[in-house]
Design a protein. Sequence first.
Length: 240
Amino acid sequence: MLFCFLFTECLAKQKVDSMYIRYFSWEDYNQPHLITCTNFEYELPYSEYCISDQITIYKFLDKINDLQNTSNTDFSVGCKILFIGDGKVVKTACLSSKFVLINGRTYFCTKDLIDYIDNMVHNGVLVDTHNKYIYGRYGDEYIHGREALFLKFETYLAKNIPDKIKKSGDIRIVVHCKSDKKGKTTRVVPKVYNNKLSDCEKKDIECLITKFFTHKVKWRPDDTRMMSDWITINYKIKTR
């Protein structure tokens, strides 16, 4: 309860000008698979509504104060709310009919909160989402940005891959990583594609890739990141 109060007070000090509600469905069966906060915009035909009435916004924040904390859990997100202050997203809340994820903590959702959101959607201004910028594609999650990640990765591979392998032709690499909310890599699943390489050589490259992403890469902290979220990297080694 104290945490929620501090969350509300923090938003109040940041002068929340408006809220954007991205809504798809409260029902899990309407979703093709597990949808998270980070991949919500990639996959769902959601509708977006803008709420700018200050009384409505702070009544909503008051309702968050009544939520009961639960253990960290993954759930399929059907609604995502962005709190906007001075033209920037200052906080994000992700919801299903059962749970709410705020500031990296999970709470039980209530029918009263759902009804209030439904009412905000009904009275909100529909936003054209046609040309929205979507972040988090193929390396944007790296703490220093995509270009820095690929430069660092390229330098690492050039230094550590044997010359024999470099002469085998182009090598395509797909890496799936998991990260905790603070940006630490918790799992790496690499896959190497090149028909001229032996299984042993592919394994050697995959081990190098795993070491790189485990020990040398820190992702952007994200308190909406879930245990089921994957960060995907696509890369090609140009060989001679």
